[in-house]
Design a protein around this ligand. Structure first.
Ligand code: CIR
Length: 267
């Protein structure tokens, strides 16, 4: 039996160009629209960082009818052994799944549909070496999480339902995996005890949005606007790649949201 690559080892990723309509992306609090040019620049730097980290990136064309479609992480989940098409919990995003389905079918031998009923967003899913954690949130309901657990089971993965803190968009808005044993988490999420058995690094007060960092191979991508988090990770020995997220942050996004990542196995 071949062993699985570490959950942060990726050699393939899918991203989608931002549409001009991205300025109208969903947000919980209005802090003004992001600019299209700003989002595009942040997205381009993200793709470059992915490639520099050793990932082959497939760039899909923009979808004007879907302002949030740049956040390809939400309508699907991908693993070396197959993909799962999800049902995003925001009405304006549900059909993003239809758009990404043919792409995944051309790249994966196994593509499963989330069973009905229920909703689940990829942003609520944290893949760890122990389990695939699914945070219940305003976007992912119990039925969706249960359906997802059964789909994960078909792929040979163990799903586990957990709770996203009240008022937080996605489970992964508040955490990310730094290595096989360590999570980066906001204090409010860590306080719930959800990361028992993991080493926890806690986000400095006031930099909560930095929790959606992204470990890719040897590097950890972190929002450039969060100097204390960057310093903490740097001191702990992680190779930090700061990336600007000022514009996408205005529409409640961070670094994991902009890609679907997996380890493609050699044929
Ligand atoms: C939304 O509200 O759906 C988008 N504006 C942000 C999605 C961020 N996605 C993610 O964290 N996975």
């Amino acid at each position: 039996m071949t062993s699985r690559p570490a959950v942060y080892q990726f050699n393939a990723a899918i991203v989608r160009e931002p549409a001009r309509s991205v300025v109208n992306g969903l947000r919980a609090d209005d802090r003004g629209n992001p600019t299209y040019e700003g989002v595009k620049a942040e997205h381009a730097a993200y793709i470059a960082a992915m490639r520099a980290a050793g990932v082959e990136v497939t760039v899909l064309p923009a979808l004007e009818n879907f302002p949030d479609s740049i956040f390809v992480e939400d309508p699907a989940l991908v693993f070396p052994e197959g993909a799962i098409l999800l049902r995003p919990g925001a009405e304006t995003r549900v059909k993003e799944t239809v758009e990404i389905a043919p792409v995944l079918k051309s790249m994966f031998g196994t593509v499963l549909d989330l069973p009905t009923p229920g909703f689940a967003d990829g942003g609520d899913v944290l893949t760890t070496p122990k389990s695939v954690m699914i945070g219940l949130s305003a976007r992912t309901d119990r039925a969706g999480a249960e359906g997802l657990i059964s789909s994960l089971d078909r792929l040979g993965r163990k799903g586990e339902m957990v709770q996203t803190p009240e008022g937080v968009l996605h489970f992964k808005s508040d955490c990310s995996l730094l290595d096989s044993e360590t999570v980066l988490s906001t204090k409010r999420l860590a306080r719930s005890g959800v990361f028992k058995g993991f080493r926890e690094m806690l986000i400095p007060e006031g930099e909560e949005a930095a929790a959606n960092a992204l470990r890719v191979n040897e590097v950890v991508m972190v929002g450039a606007d969060y100097p204390r988090t960057i310093e903490m990770l740097d001191k702990a020995g992680y190779e930090v790649v700061p990336l600007k997220t000022t514009e996408i942050c205005k529409i409640d996004a961070g670094l994991s949201c902009m890609s679907l990542r997996w380890h493609r196995q050699a044929d």
